[in-house]
Design a protein around this ligand. Structure first.
Ligand SMILES: Nc1ncnc2c1ncn2[C@@H]1O[C@H](COP(=O)(O)OP(=O)(O)OP(=O)(O)O)[C@@H](O)[C@H]1O
Ligand SMILES: [Mg+2]
Length: 246
């Protein structure tokens, strides 16, 4: 079972003329089959948190680690933009992040493409796919390394409402099936309420302001009264904390 541990985490970026505190004294833990949304206004350190957890950035102080048992866990990172290599086919984009390129690995990659309904695109180039399809390839790529933890940074924010809605359903389905630990950054409180069983709210200066459970049965329909009410309550919390959901 994978565990995420963030303890007294601080990150500052020092440039020639200023120091920006991106995260300040953040602590939370999550483990097992949970879907944790990280929400908060622009610039509150959400991407920085995922970058530190994935090892792209180093913390200034504190702890940020993902473990599986007593080992370092494997993480799959879905970026805000799909970030596919345009000169490689869809299959080659998935193979690029694998340790091996043998038949078994190919089969696994194909299986994850099929999971996002893109089995037929293996030999196409990213430029031949729509934005939503490219994003689905990005999701298949993250799952194809069979990570212990999925880190997702606003993966649906650039998509139209209909594509976003169908991908949210798909992601929920995959999460139920694979039982991974997911850390999902979003600006969209509705999206967070629909998908997650826990919401961690960050505020200005990278301070963790609220850590709340969302105890509603899945699947959740945004039009459902209980889901709409929870969303309204979270937005009220944003107001009370003086956070602007941008
Ligand atoms: N490499 C960097 N160098 C300098 N400052 C940085 C760097 N990366 C992030 N920052 C600053 O750290 C703060 C947090 O940035 P971060 O990208 O984590 O915010 P965010 O919550 O993901 O915002 P958004 O919702 O707009 O994506 C911001 O003030 C940002 O300008
Ligand atoms: Mg960001």
């Amino acid at each position: 079972m994978a565990s995420i541990k963030v303890q007294s985490l601080r990150k500052e970026f020092v440039t020639s003329d200023s120091t920006v505190v991106a995260l300040e004294n953040a602590s939370f833990e999550a483990s097992g089959h949970v879907f944790v949304s990280i929400v908060g206004p622009s610039g509150c350190g959400k991407s920085t948190l995922l970058n530190i957890l994935s090892g792209i950035e180093t913390p200034t102080s504190g702890i940020a680690e993902i473990t599986e048992g007593d080992k370092k866990a494997r993480n799959g990172y879905v970026f805000q933009a799909a970030r596919l290599l345009p000169w490689r086919t869809v299959m080659d984009n998935l193979l690029f992040v694998q340790k091996d390129r043998d038949a078994e690995t190919r089969e696994r990659c194909q299986r994850y493409l099929e999971m996002v309904d893109l089995g037929h695109t293996a030999n196409k180039y990213p430029g031949q796919l729509s934005g939503g399809m490219q994003q689905r390839v990005g999701i298949a790529r993250a799952f194809s390394i069979e990570p212990d933890v999925l880190l997702m940074d606003e993966p649906f924010s650039h998509l139209d409402a209909i594509t976003g809605r169908s991908l949210r359903k798909e992601l929920h389905h995959i999460w139920m099936e694979t039982r991974k630990t997911v850390l999902f950054v979003t600006h969209d409180v509705g999206e967070a309420v629909e998908l997650s069983n826990r919401m961690v709210i960050f505020g200005q200066g990278g301070r963790l302001r609220e850590d709340m459970k969302i105890d509603l049965p899945f699947p959740r329909d945004p039009a459902d009264d209980a889901v709409a009410l929870t969303k309204a309550n979270v937005l009220r919390t944003f107001e009370e904390l003086d956070l602007v959901a941008s």
